[in-house]
Design a protein around this ligand. Sequence first.
Ligand code: HEC
Ligand code: HEC
Length: 220
Amino acid sequence: MKKLIVSTLCAVLSFSASHTLAEGKPIDPLAGKALYETYCFMCHDRGLGNAPRPAEKADWNKLLPLGEDTLFKAVIDGPSHMYPKGISPVWSEWELRSMIRYMMSTVADAESQKQVNTASAADKEHHLQLLHGRKLYEQTCFKCHDYGDLGAPQLGSLETWAGRKDKGLDALARSVIDGKGHMYAHGGSNSLSINEFKSMITYMLSSLEEGWVSPQRNCK
Ligand code: HEC
Ligand code: HEC
């Protein structure tokens, strides 16, 4: 027990020490690599839940154009991360950016370097909205919509979305808020805003696009 307290204390102290030291220092991908290998590898090395894998170019095709700032925001908000900031709430901006820069550096050769930060502001915003929608979706909606239970239109299944997907976000959000068939009002998420419902539906609809991969791919 004593050992546990001491090691916890050391961990806390070393975090706060690196936090203070870190501010104002240039972003350091080498330090980021060391942190990544301690705190991020368990999901990212294996691509768990579609976490982008270092050195796997295909995983980063869409992410490089979004640039470090957007990815930083995405991690801060804890997109579908189990916890905000990718597991630990105590990262400084320097630490997180160093990890992200390291991750990006594993795929950024001269050719893909040209892609970095080329997406439009609207595309960056859309990306963050999708991640937010996915995070909220995974809190309640997945129960019926991952598997198509009770006749729910299923994630990734064009067939079950036929006659629905083109209704428009407003009408679809109305269905969820009012309830429809076996879906109770608000789909179980009473406290959310209309924009949050729209984000969830935007995420659900994005699963119908070509090339979408189910987040369950590595969770079997
Ligand atoms: C519990 C598993 C898990 C851990 C731990 C984890 N990640 Fe992730 N990460 C994911 C998943 C899943 C995604 C895919 C995007 C999403 O959240 O839906 C992701 C996406 C990302 C992205 C891309 C975000 C985007 O815009 O799509 C970055 C950057 C990232 N993680 C950084 C980190 C860093 C840095 C750490 C360590 C501090 C970390 N992650 C720890 C699971 C994890
Ligand atoms: C208890 C199971 C259940 C839960 C939880 C659930 N849904 Fe549904 N959902 C359904 C069923 C069943 C339908 C089909 C209703 C019908 O057309 O009869 C449906 C339909 C929909 C539709 C299509 C509506 C239309 O107009 O055709 C959307 C969009 C949707 N759900 C979004 C969500 C969102 C977002 C959440 C989470 C906040 C959610 N659902 C939670 C069961 C569920």
